[in-house]
Ligand binder design. Structure first.
Ligand SMILES: Nc1ncnc2c1ncn2[C@@H]1O[C@H](COP(=O)(O)OP(=O)(O)O)[C@@H](O)[C@H]1O
Ligand SMILES: N[C@@H](CCOP(=O)(O)O)C(=O)O
Length: 318
């Protein structure tokens, strides 16, 4: 999150009367994050998070908010969206779509141990299974099509070595996505951005996943790869820590066993997950948006991870 649209308590006095939340007491911009404008909101009824969506449209948002509601109803620990008096989860604020969700307890675990990775793996598998009967469809908007569209926009900013790496990896991923193994992978709604900063813990107890605004329908294995590439690495080098990888994968497959096609696709999808965030970070870095609070993420981190996944095979799924 970041703050692209400035907002003060006075600005929401009228708007908030459509929600059953009582009087607003405090509103505080959240500096972390990069995508939307987010605020901690205190009201007479409790603590919430108010999000103004900067890129997603009114048409796209029901997928994310209904998905959160669907998951919350099935025991997956995610924020509950608050409906307004009309039963709507999204309504216009400052001319943009906005929503209020419950605030999760706990804090981010930025130095995860195997026990935390196991909790994340188990909850991710539960999420995949719980979303199987979710009726709405929306593709992962940061999937293969977006990688192909974004590559020519960032290539002019890269040195020769990185331009070569990017071209070669896009070529590899296009070819892999066309093969029978890839097409046979189980799919459904995925979180697609389950980094350390998007999960809450109270000690070793996982208290929730949030930030579903990159979610979409994609392969479940891509979601596992995104998660492993953040939770199970040494941040300085991008190298995988085998104990954390094993803990996450074993806890995941205790809930939802991996298929043989997933076993074959594992190494390519770890590369795909690294490529996805290298590209988005390059794009955000070279085409920055105006914001009151924004700290762009370092693209070189995912360049290192991609090079490392190409050079060194990761532990197998099973
Ligand atoms: N439902 C929530 N409960 C508690 N804290 C939240 C919640 N949603 C967001 N936050 C806080 O806001 C910060 C940024 O949120 P994030 O969703 O990552 O932003 P973005 O939409 O830009 O990706 C998080 O690190 C967390 O501290
Ligand atoms: N997790 C991604 C992009 C989104 O970041 P967030 O802080 O808004 O969740 C990255 O690290 O590049």
């Amino acid at each position: 999150m970041a703050v692209f649209t400035a907002l003060h308590l006075d600005d929401i006095g009228q708007w908030i009367t459509q929600f059953p939340l009582g009087k607003p007491l405090a509103l505080k911009g959240i500096a972390s994050g990069i995508e939307n404008s987010n605020f901690f909101l205190s009201t007479e009824r409790g603590e919430y998070v108010l999000t103004i969506f900067e890129n997603l449209s009114f048409e796209q948002l029901p997928f994310y908010l209904q998905l959160m509601r669907h998951l919350a109803e099935r025991g997956v620990l995610v924020p509950a969206p608050i409906p307004n008096a009309e039963g709507e989860l999204v309504s216009a604020l400052q001319g943009k779509p906005a929503a209020i969700v419950s605030k999760l307890d706990g804090s981010s675990q930025m130095d995860p141990q195997p026990v935390h990775c196991a909790a994340v793996g188990a909850m991710l598998a539960k999420m995949h299974l719980a979303a199987q009967d979710f009726p709405l469809q929306q593709p992962n908007l940061r999937g293969l099509d977006w990688w192909n569209a974004t590559t020519p926009l960032v290539l002019p900013h890269l040195d020769d070595a990185n331009a070569h790496l990017l071209r070669a990896e896009i070529h590899f991923q296009d070819a892999f996505a066309a093969c029978a193994t890839y097409k046979a992978l189980p799919r459904g709604p995925v979180h697609a951005d389950l980094f350390r900063n998007n999960v809450m813990f109270d000690g070793e107890q996982l208290t929730g996943f949030f930030d579903f605004y990159f979610a979409g329908c994609d392969t479940w294995l891509f979601d596992v790869a995104v998660t492993v590439n953040d939770w199970c690495i040494d941040l300085a080098t991008g190298k995988l820590d085998v104990a954390r990888v094993r803990a996450l994968l074993d806890a995941y497959q205790a809930v939802r066993p991996f298929t043989h096609q997933e076993h074959t696709a594992w190494q390519p999808l770890l590369r795909a997950a690294a490529l996805r965030f290298w590209l988005s970070r390059l794009y955000d870095y070279h085409q920055p948006r105006a914001a009151e609070m924004l700290t762009p993420h370092d693209p070189a981190h995912f360049e290192r991870i991609l090079r490392e996944r190409i050079a060194t095979p990761a532990p197998e799924l099973f």
